[in-house]
Write a protein that binds this ligand. Structure first.
Ligand code: ATR
Length: 286
């Protein structure tokens, strides 16, 4: 792909997602549908970049006039070293998923957390103030979400992780803005009866291991909200079982679409055609 890119691009908008692996990313399909719908000339391409190539790849893309870059696994942390400025969201979360190139000056943003919380609120109509929330996992995906949730004045946030230390560490980082604690994943079930929302941020249950669930759904009280960041499959084992138990379920598609929508708005300054983007991803999942 690199060899096909010339430095001449006639003012058409150049956008890309970088990651390793990258072939299965749904971002190109989603953003190209958005560009077409907005009537913008341009293209959003997937670029395979290994960790060793990250620095040179960013320089190259800057030289080639890329306006925007999405950053995915495993580069969200390391890429912070290659931007000129971090927006507050990326600085606090400690990860970048979106880069805006302003004439060679790169700013790193994080739209995962806001994308997630917007989707959770819109799709479940929940008010997060005074709610008790348990977050499963304490990795990169959990970071952005916990930070954004913490600003919504929840009653408490419990982070439950296989490696308990990581949960405790993450809880400590933002303990000044909300009541947050870290526990081991085995302890998660003992907190369930007092929770309003369960959020899975781990990759357990993701395609192709769709029979797996991060916790035994039997411990989840009927009626509460169960949310999963995974969008492939749309209904994970956790969500299916929770639905059967009478819970309100929320899948990861909305987060994916909204993080992309915020990124597109940073790059173009135009309101993103969210429904078109959602439809494009849905179609490509079938
Ligand atoms: P991401 O950016 O997707 O969050 P990550 O930073 O590698 O990826 O984090 C993955 C999360 O899923 C972690 O919380 C991880 O738990 P550990 O911190 O103990 O590694 C969790 N996770 C992944 N596979 C798991 C498994 N089989 N059982 C329990 N937790 C798992």
């Amino acid at each position: 792909l690199w060899s096909n890119l010339s430095s001449e691009h006639n003012n058409s908008l150049r956008l890309a997602v970088i990651g390793d692996p990258i072939a299965h990313s749904k971002s190109p399909v989603m953003h190209n549908a958005a560009l077409a719908s907005l009537g913008l000339k341009g293209e959003y391409i997937p670029l395979h970049v290994s960790p060793r190539e990250l620095g040179p790849a960013i320089t190259r893309m800057k030289d080639l006039g890329f306006r925007g870059i999405n950053v995915t696994i495993p580069h969200k942390l390391d890429v912070m070293a290659y931007v000129d400025r971090l927006d507050e969201s990326a600085e606090i979360i400690g990860a970048v998923n979106t880069i805006v190139n302003e004439n060679g000056y790169l700013t790193g943003y994080n739209t995962d957390g806001i994308g997630y919380v917007r989707s959770l609120k819109e799709e479940t109509r929940v008010r997060l103030k005074d709610k008790s929330i348990i977050v499963l996992g304490a990795g990169g995906a959990a970071r952005g979400i916990v930070h954004t949730l913490a600003q919504e004045e929840p009653k408490r946030i419990v982070i439950a992780n296989r490696t308990e230390d990581k949960a405790i560490q993450l809880a400590k980082e933002w303990s000044s803005i909300a009541n947050i604690s870290g526990v081991s994943i085995d302890e998660a079930k003992s907190y369930m009866s007092s929770m309003d929302i369960v959020i899975n941020t781990t990759s357990i249950g993701m395609h192709p291991h769709t029979a797996h669930s991060p916790i035994d759904p039997v411990s989840i009280p009927p009626g509460i909200i169960v949310s999963d960041l995974i969008y492939n499959p749309l209904m994970t084992e956790l969500l299916k079982k929770s639905h059967e138990r009478g819970c309100i379920t929320h899948g990861g598609l909305g987060m994916f679409v909204n993080q992309g929508a915020y990124a597109l708005e940073y790059w173009t300054g135009l309101p993103a055609p969210i429904e078109i983007m959602r439809e494009a991803v849905l179609k490509s999942l079938q």
